[in-house]
Ligand binder design. Structure first.
Ligand SMILES: *[C@@H]1O[C@H](CO)[C@@H](O)[C@H](O)[C@H]1NC(C)=O
Ligand SMILES: *[C@@H]1O[C@H](CO)[C@@H](O)[C@H](O)[C@H]1NC(C)=O
Length: 325
């Protein structure tokens, strides 16, 4: 999700889920708006909902974020807004700070990132409704930011193995992974360097699952996927919405102890902007509801694996769903 900008939380430089994690090859040097049309005609979107309103749309820099940014831009245009592309900001904290200082008016973030990284909590709340409310309430009170509407998709940390490995070993869950490593202390566990250090990453994970052996390899973003697919890593850390999971035929292990918090995508805006233009949420809500984990995996795959421009993928999806024509 998820992803590395640093945020000093409780004295720790905690990298935020999503900063580089999902960036596929080349997403940094290709224009995120390439391939999309500048004129967007409303389908089911009310073409007058935001007539004449300027809406600056932000995003972080990895593929899923570029997609979410382009989906939002097209919806805003369809609703008559003067939508300005402020997407592709490197780093979660930077993208958030851009919103706070008015460089953007709206962007997508992840509620788990909000709770753990921005608001500095180290433990999730177990009840998911309470958890979601707590994040929204605290960020509104402390930072005047509004979280909502939320999408069903969650981009969460997970470990993955090849289908071969899963078949040969019968490993299906993270508890199975722990048992396997206990029996095979030289098993390799590949993670992004950021995940190796963050408390909600490998240190906490090891503790939760009682892992005391295994060879930890810290790799660059993206390399974990290919090295795992090639069998050079037994276990690779992935993000659940990443398009490479399907593309490389990786199998995601179940987090049976529910260690990883869920990082659902949520539209974030400043309170003052929401008060002035509540229509943004109304326009975005029906789209947010369509964004399931499976949909995001497929859209991410079209960008990360097939190399299509995010704006084109976004607009094609919106057409298919009837939001635009
Ligand atoms: C994020 O949203 C999902 C879905 O509503 C919820 O289950 C989860 O607990 C939320 N996480 C946080 C940290 O708010
Ligand atoms: C998170 O995504 C998984 C995979 O699609 C899904 O089964 C689960 O219901 C989602 N959870 C939430 C709280 O959105």
């Amino acid at each position: 999700m998820i992803k590395p900008t640093k945020h000093a939380v409780a004295g720790l430089a905690v990298a935020v889920l999503g900063v580089t994690g999902l960036a596929g090859c080349g997403s940094l040097d290709e224009s995120s708006s390439g391939g999309g049309s500048d004129k967007v005609e409303a389908g089911s979107v009310d073409p007058t909902a935001l007539k004449g309103v300027t809406v600056k749309v932000g995003s972080k820099e990895f593929d899923e974020q570029l997609l979410l940014g382009q989906l939002t831009l097209a919806m805003m245009k369809a609703a008559g807004a003067n939508a300005v592309d402020e997407t592709n900001t490197k780093g979660s904290t930077q993208a958030r700070e851009k919103l706070i200082r008015g460089g953007s008016d709206v962007y997508w973030d992840y509620n788990g990132t909000g709770w753990i990284n921005y608001l500095g909590h180290d433990k999730p709340i177990l009840d998911s409704t309470q958890q979601t409310e707590a994040t929204a309430k605290e960020d509104l009170a402390k930072n005047q930011l509004v979280w909502g509407p939320a999408a069903p998709f969650n981009n969460t940390y997970a470990f993955a193995v090849t289908e071969d490995f899963a078949q040969k070993t019968g490993v299906k869950t993270d508890s199975d992974m722990a048992a396997y490593i206990k029996k095979n202390p030289s098993a390799t566990v590949c993670v992004e360097s950021e995940f190796a250090a963050r408390p909600d990453g490998y240190p906490g994970y090891k503790k939760a699952y009682g892992i005391t052996s295994g060879q930890l390899k810290s790799l660059g973003t993206g390399v974990v996927y290919t090295q795992t697919a090639q069998g050079n890593c037994d276990f690779g850390e992935v993000f659940t919405t990443d398009g490479r999971i399907g593309n490389l035929k990786l199998q995601v292990l179940e987090d049976d102890k529910k260690f990883f918090p869920l990082y659902n995508g949520v539209l974030v805006e400043r309170e003052d902007f929401v008060k002035e233009h509540p229509e943004v949420q109304e326009v975005m809500k029906p789209l947010a509801e369509k964004l399931t984990t499976e949909v995001m995996q497929e859209l991410n795959k079209q960008v990360s694996a097939d190399g299509l421009p995010p704006a084109q993928v976004a607009q094609d999806f919106l057409k298919k769903e009837g939001f635009i024509k």
